[in-house]
Design a protein around this ligand. Structure first.
Ligand code: NDP
Length: 518
């Protein structure tokens, strides 16, 4: 990295007296496309860039409070960057405790005067409308998400945005059927809920949080991550377009401390957080003893277990998807490959072969498999953990791959000869790095899979249905996929054990989190 590159994000704060005098941000340049495949290869693809003009990114964004865009009390802004080019995309308000207070007041008023008084089927109509608008504006959302987060356009287009719309559609269906969600009891909303979301699935995490909250009759104050605020701010526009009553959804951008100000405010009855385990612990400590409801969706170190009878090529695809989807910046990523010793050599050879065909580069190219890492800080975290793997004695392998000369990109990385005590086997890397451990027996596989402080997800690859049932029942993971990986659906609950947090999002269980029942 050259010294001319922008600073670590969250970016510098800039004091602004006259917002209208701000210069327009520099338009992002198209990054140099690179691939693990040589350009001369018969498998090489022609460039297939999506148009960035679809994003309609404004130069500057304020806070969305009480249905209106407002300047932050500080008058300061932060810059959000395109991770694929390291160029500024927009200036975003730097909110603080005072802004959190205003947003919570607006949410409390909207809850008391409007949302809690509305017939449930009327609430449902708003959710259906939001879902429909997300579908109508799906290309704009997909392009904005990719520019701001670095994830491949294929993923934002085919996964993030459709799933976000599906969550609003699914929970719209629950809004007027809450009595069936808690049979024999009386469902009640919490009131104002505070939500803090991360940067790896910015729009999707917003949908996971806002859709069930509104369906259950709550109002919301949501804080997006500082490096990926744009789709949340675009969602504010969707709320306006849907004529959602003012104050029902408030979206405020700002640093982590502002997230804590939201969580600890006495008027916030329920808190939902997705992010690192360390911040999750701080939030749990910050609100302890105040009677608030809390769901925490934190980190993971999932085992993807491949038995010798598995369909190997199918398993290779599942392992690739498990760790390289969204550059591995996924809480449930299959970051530990547990492979049976009898097939390990063959399986690793197949895996290397497949990794050599991954296309790494411009996230806006529709053929890209692995896009940009979200921030320079995250690049450094990945680099530090990979270096620890080498220092501790694991064998590192990366495919021949020329990375773009600008932007935050990391080569798909495979470690073999990994010991369970290595940091790369224990800590969440949150990058395109796979650590391989072998096993001989089913019991050994289960023991090694459970040998982690986390417990979010796991995968099992075998032809035997009975083995799937036997192993899945013994894995301490909230989600266990069998002969597939990273499958998500709004009807299906998602959440963890141990240091992966508690509570569930998605499905009926995700609705329960936003209801009190008497
Ligand atoms: P954080 O947990 O710091 O960020 C997640 C969200 O929490 C962001 O909105 C962040 O705001 C906010 N936040 C930060 N500090 C506080 C605080 N004290 N109180 C309330 N909210 C806070 O994740 P990082 O971005 O630092 O990533 C670090 C590591 O966390 C990653 O390497 C990865 O291992 C893990 N992670 C896990 C995720 C998951 O889905 N489980 C998602 C993201 C990260 P802001 O952006 O303004 O700092």
């Amino acid at each position: 990295m050259s010294s001319e590159q922008p600073p670590k994000r969250p970016a510098r704060a800039v004091k602004r007296a006259a917002p209208s005098a701000l210069p327009a941000p520099v338009a992002p340049a198209t990054p140099h496309v690179a691939s693990a495949l040589a350009a001369s290869s018969p498998w090489a693809y022609a460039p297939a860039p999506e148009s960035k003009e679809l994003a309609l990114i404004r130069p500057r964004y304020g806070l969305f409070i009480d249905g209106q865009e407002r300047a932050p009390a500080s008058g300061e802004v932060v810059i959000t960057y395109n991770p694929a080019t390291e160029e500024p995309l927009a200036e975003v308000a730097k909110g603080g405790a005072e802004d959190a207070d205003r947003a919570i007041s607006a949410a409390e008023r909207a809850y008391r005067k409007v949302w809690s008084k509305l017939a449930p089927r009327e609430r449902a109509k708003y959710l259906y409308r939001i879902s429909r608008i997300l579908q109508e504006r799906s290309r704009e959302f997909a392009v904005t998400e990719t520019l701001d987060s670095g994830k491949p356009i294929r993923e934002s287009r085919d996964v993030d945005v459709p799933l976000a719309a599906a969550h609003f559609w699914y929970y719209a269906g629950w809004a007027d059927k809450l009595q069936y969600a808690v049979p024999g009891r009386r469902p009640e909303s919490h009131g104002v809920v505070g939500q803090v979301i991360p940067w790896n699935f910015p729009l999707l995490m917003l949908a996971w949080k806002i859709a069930p909250a509104l369906a259950a009759g709550n109002t919301v104050v949501l804080k997006p991550a500082s490096t990926t605020p744009l789709t949340a701010l675009l969602f504010a526009d969707v709320c306006r377009q849907a004529d959602l009553p003012a104050g029902v959804v408030n979206i405020i951008t700002g640093p982590g401390e502002m997230g804590m100000a939201i969580a600890t405010d006495p008027r916030v009855a329920k808190v939902a957080f997705t992010g690192s385990t360390s911040v999750g612990i701080k939030i749990a400590q910050g609100i302890a003893g105040h009677g608030k409801a809390l769901t925490l969706e934190l980190g993971g170190k999932a085992a993807n277990i491949v038995f010798e009878d598995a369909a190997l090529d199918q398993a290779v695809e599942g392992v690739i998807n498990g760790i390289f989807f969204n550059q591995g910046e996924v809480c449930c990523a299959g970051s530990r490959l547990l492979v049976q010793e009898s097939i390990a050599e063959d399986f690793i050879a197949r895996l290397k072969d497949r990794m050599s065909t991954l296309r790494v580069g411009d996230p806006m190219d529709k053929n890209t498999d692995v896009g940009a890492i979200n921030s320079r800080a995250q690049m450094e975290t990945i680099g530090e953990l990979v270096a620890s793997g080498v220092a501790e004695g694991a064998n590192l392998w990366q495919p021949e791959c020329v990375l773009p000369d600008r932007g935050w990109f990391y080569k798909p990385t495979l470690f073999t000869n990994v010991a369970q005590s290595h940091r790369i086997a224990r800590e969440e890397i949150f990058g395109p790095v796979l650590s391989t451990i072998t096993f001989r027996t089913v019991d050994e596989a289960i023991e090694k899979a459970n040998n982690t402080a986390y417990g979010l997800s796991a995968g099992i690859w075998t032809e035997k249905g009975s083995r799937i049932l036997q192993v899945a029942a013994q894995l301490k993971a909230g989600v266990v996929w069998a002969n597939t990986f990273n499958r998500f659906d709004p009807t299906s609950p998602f959440g963890g054990y141990k240091e992966s947090g508690y509570g569930r999002e998605g499905g009926l269980q995700g609705l329960h989190a936003y209801l009190r029942s008497s």
